[in-house]
Design a protein around this ligand. Sequence first.
Ligand code: SF4
Length: 401
Amino acid sequence: MNSSNSSHPSNPDRFELQHGSTSAPINLEKLPGLYIHIPFCKSKCDYCDFYSVTTSTSIPDFIDALIEEMRMYRELFKSFDTVYFGGGTPSILPLIQIERILNAVRMNVNLLPDTEITMEANPGDLDLGYLTSLRNLGVNRLNIGVQSFNKGILKFLGRRHSVRQAVSAIEDARKAGFSNLGLDLIYGVPGQDKALWLETLNQAVDFEPEHLSCYQLTVEPHTPLGKRYAQGKFSLPSEDLQYEFFMMTSEALEGAGYVHYEVSNFCRGMAFASRHNQKYWDHTPYLGLGPAAHSFLTNQRWWNHRSVDRYHSAIERGEKPVEEAEILSLEQLQLEAFYLGLRTKKGICVRDYSTKYFRDILAEKGKSFAELQRRELVVLENGFVHPTRAGLALSDSLALI
Ligand code: SF4
């Protein structure tokens, strides 16, 4: 997170929320989301840049710390309508520990009756018994990290699950009663041509998931994949080819009845859009618990230690495990809202933008929008500026206008 224009509390370990530093009414009318980061994986995938460890830190001790951290925020965050278990690999947790977390959540905060409770899961961890219990604990949305239905691609990515395990995880999830099921897929993998990607996409669609996330492979330098790339062991698809993959994915999934509602996300009708993730895109507050988790409230963002040990030490000292915090200026919030809005199909509501961020974007960017409209990258209609499919593909550069 760029924090060059932001102020930092001098001692983040003693982090306290700063008051009254903006006049922008940033979505306080919407209920916050609760994110819980489970920082454990059985093994690291070759491309992974998320914070997780494979050491056998005691899971029960970690859950104790997590519950303690939750209590520290009781006064600040009182009600939620989404809970999201991310990681790492949340499905590594024994059911008893998931139950402990959810009991603690229900005891410490108010969860709305129709709260969306999502869990990310690795196909290799799932069986019918586990999934049925998960559903009975109140988890009502499951996101399975399938990534590919091709054995060679899974091997290239260093995933520990097999195609067969992915298929039976999906089938078992349905049998267990999950009626809001998401699958994560990756494209743009070396060795994966368009036909191979389309095969995976079609197989995914055959299961009729309510949600699909299709991510383009990014190669981070410090990952095993990044090192292999630096050694010249493989090449990545050109920008033109990446664009073609993106357009093909969007066309195929919209043709199959999905709404392409964000750059990487598709849903079978907006009722199945991720309620939790949408909070990240419109400055709704969220609380992140666990190592490396980020939080946002009004105009402040803070994030926890990216280390299980430092996280535990802070909790043991009775301190919030915050590594760093920033106060976002109104200008930073405006820029973020602009950038994030152009990554969604809904786009930017001109009137809301002016109410929340005190700027008339049509007056400021009217000429640029007209040019983008001429190039069929955005459409201005009914008070919204929203990207076309080609605009979504190029949303990073749209935001630079
Ligand atoms: S399972 Fe997920 S979090 Fe864990 S190493 Fe693989 S990609 Fe990263």
